[in-house]
Structure formats: C-alpha cells, structure tokens
Design a protein around this ligand. Structure first.
Ligand code: SF4
Length: 388
C-alpha cells in the first residue's frame, strides 16, 4: 500500500460512496475508502478521474457514531404515542448540514430495512491495513452488536497479499462476506482489459477468503473476451470457479459505456462485442463447465438477459441452464421479440413470452423502436447505455 494514499484531512462529515451490489439494498453504507486504488479496468468508468484515498479510521468511526445518534432519535420518535408520521421525522432534519442529512437518511433507511447488514465502500476496502479494518469492524460491532452481515468489495490482488492470520482476524472482527470482481479467469482476457491480475492470483485470493470462513461472491462477466476470446473466457473462468468453489457466482453482463477505454477499442476495431445470442451461448458454455462445486448462481443485474438463471449447484444446473437452451432454439422472430421485451423492461424472464399481455406490449415496443435483425445490435447497445 502506498503511504501517500492516506488522506491528511479534517473530518468533513458523513460520506456516502456511489455504488453497492444489488444484494446490499437493505444495508447501511459505510465509506472506508474513496474510489478505486486500481482504476484501470478498460470496461469500467465508475471512478475514472477520481483520486483514491483512505479515510482515517477515526473518521469512519465518527460516521458510525453519527448513524447511531440519528437511529436513537428516529427510534424514539417512532415509539412516541400518537403517529410517528412524516412530519415528526422531517422535523428531526431541520437545521442539519448536507452531510448530517445524508447520515440521517442513511439511518432512517437502515431502520426501515431492519438494521441487519452493513456494506463497506468503495471499490476495495481490503487495501487498507488489516489493523485499521479490524479497528473499524470492532467499533461497528460495539455500536451495532446485532448486525449479522458485514460485506465489502475487494480486489484479488489485495487479498492475496493479506496473511492467513490477518484474514482470520478480519473474519473474527465481523467481516463475513466479500465480493470479488473476477470478471474473467482467462489470462488473455484479464491482460487485455487491464484487470491487473492473473487467474492464479484470483484462485489464491478466492481460496484465502473461503479458508478464513468468509462468504465469497465472485463475479463473472460474459462477453468480456469479445468474439475473439468468448470460448476461452467461458472455459477458463469456469475452471477458476471450480478451483475456488465460491459461495456465490454472480453474472454481470458486459456493458460498454461511451468514454471507457473498451469503447475506444470497439471504435478502433480492436474489440468485437458479442451480440445477445452469442452472449447467451457463452453463458451456457460457462455454466455447462462448472463441475464439482456447490456455489449458488445468481443473476441479479439489470443488464442480464435472463434473470431466472439462478439456483444451487450441482442439483439445479439443468433448471438454471434450461431458459438459455430454450432461447437458443426458439424461432428467431420470438428471440427478437424477447430481446426487445427484455431490453425495454417488459420481460424479465423467458417464460414471460407465454404471457399474452406482455407479449402484446413487447410487440408494440418492437414496432415502435423499429427493431429488426439488421439493427438489433446497435439498438441493444443504445438501450443498455440507459441502464449504466
Ligand atoms: S477494480 Fe473494480 S472499480 Fe476498480 S477499475 Fe476495476 S472494475 Fe472498476
């Protein structure tokens, strides 16, 4: 870790980072670092141009205490006789500064969601010193002893450098779920997209997390190898997953927003994106090559073509892959209708094609957008930009 990364600064109040995994919708967001210490992946523009910094431990602890303070106020208001209505809660916010309001709303949302889980932001909390992270986790546990789950994003690169003893200390202090963006297990793909890591390090890091008894989510990104490396991407990633056996394998379809390096590669003809049919074929190849593991497969990203590709391996494999196989064999006109319905939010799963009302809506959308097999790729790319 570079020493200069630690920000020398005064406390400027509660902070909130830009993103969280979909599965953390009910969690309290606690910002431990700002932005991404790597910031070079070609497909990612999330933190581009934003400098990375580590928040001082005492600032994060002040955030925790602030949330506790507002939670106590909110709970007291809610327990008062009469109605804890919107007006009463609004009055608690009067005179608060913007960061204090942010802390208040974080507290309110968390109370309403049951206060069971916390997500540590931003892109790679595991880059900080284990002692510092342990101090934050212990403080969190002291202030909120009933929290059941503490989750963080992490880069395999950072985890591979942490000793097994320190991983065990982090687990004992309460860190019990880690999300790693493996994206691909193919070295050629990892190298091309500048992930800054190779397959072996992904495997070492994943096993280290599991060895510490921390629940592990690994993300796979179908399409990241483009047409050139589609099969390699599927097969090598499946092989890496088989060696790790993560608790969760999460599918996150590649999207290429204008402005990221990969977009430029597409314009220059260096990278050829997959269309949705090719994406489906790659996903099927990946799933068919998962073996000897008990991971839960999740498809919880809005850009994924099939939301229903979910279940526990190995028993559910046939059910998980069935919609993809069906999609690949249905009439091309139905495939096109599904693609339009899915990308316009009318369909969420292939079985929605059997719903006559949704079918009619999708048909109208197809006509309104004038989508044909000739323009569907460009149209899909444009639609996906809206969700990024
Ligand atoms: S490590 Fe994650 S957040 Fe950082 S650039 Fe890569 S994908 Fe983006």
């Amino acid at each position: 870790m570079k020493k200069h990364l630690k920000a020398a600064e005064g406390y400027e109040g509660f902070e909130l980072g830009p993103i969280r995994p979909p599965s953390e919708a009910a969690s309290l967001m606690l910002r431990v670092t700002r932005n991404c210490p790597w910031n070079k992946c070609k497909f990612c523009g999330l933190y581009r141009g934003e400098p990375f910094s580590i928040r001082p431990v005492e600032h994060v602890i002040r955030d925790i205490n602030q949330v506790r303070y507002y939670i106590d106020q909110i709970k007291e208001t809610m327990q008062r006789p009469g109605d804890a209505d919107h007006r009463q809660l609004s009055s608690l916010q009067m005179g608060l500064s913007p960061p204090e309001k942010m802390a208040f709303h974080s507290a309110l949302n968390w109370v309403r969601s049951g206060m069971k889980s916390v997500f540590l932001q931003d892109a790679n909390t595991l880059v900080i010193k284990p002692d510092d992270l342990v101090a934050i986790l212990e403080s969190l546990r002291l202030v909120f002893p009933r929290v059941e789950r503490v989750t963080s994003y992490a880069r395999s690169h950072s985890i591979a450098r942490i000793s097994d003893d320190d991983m065990a200390r982090l687990a004992a202090a309460g860190l019990n779920r880690i999300h790693i963006g493996m994206e691909s297990g193919a070295d050629a793909v990892l190298d091309f997209i500048k992930k800054g890591i190779d397959k072996e390090t992904h495997v070492v890091a994943g096993r280290k997390v599991k060895g510490a008894g921390i629940e592990l989510s690994e993300y796979y990104m179908p399409g990241l190898g483009g047409k050139e490396y589609s099969s390699v991407n599927a097969l090598q990633t499946a092989e890496a997953m088989n060696r790790i056996d993560p608790d969760f394998i999460r599918i996150r379809t590649l999207a290429i927003p204008a402005g990221v390096d990969l977009y430029r590669d597409v314009q220059m003809g260096i990278f050829t994106p997959l269309n949705d049919q090719q994406m489906a074929a790659e996903l099927l190849l990946f799933l068919d090559n998962l073996a000897g593991i008990t991971s839960v497969v999740k498809s919880d990203h809005i850009l994924n073509l099939f939301q229903e590709v979910e279940g526990q391996l190995p028993d559910d494999l046939e059910r998980i892959t069935e919609p993809i196989r069906t999609f690949m064999t249905i009439d091309p006109s139905e495939q096109l209708l599904y693609l339009v319905g899915r990308r316009t939010g009318i369909f969420s799963r292939l079985a929605d094609l059997d719903d006559r009302v949704l079918w009619k809506h999708a048909e109208k959308a197809l006509l309104a957008h004038r989508v044909t097999w000739d323009n569907v790729e460009a149209w899909t790319a444009e639609m996906m930009q809206r969700f990024i």
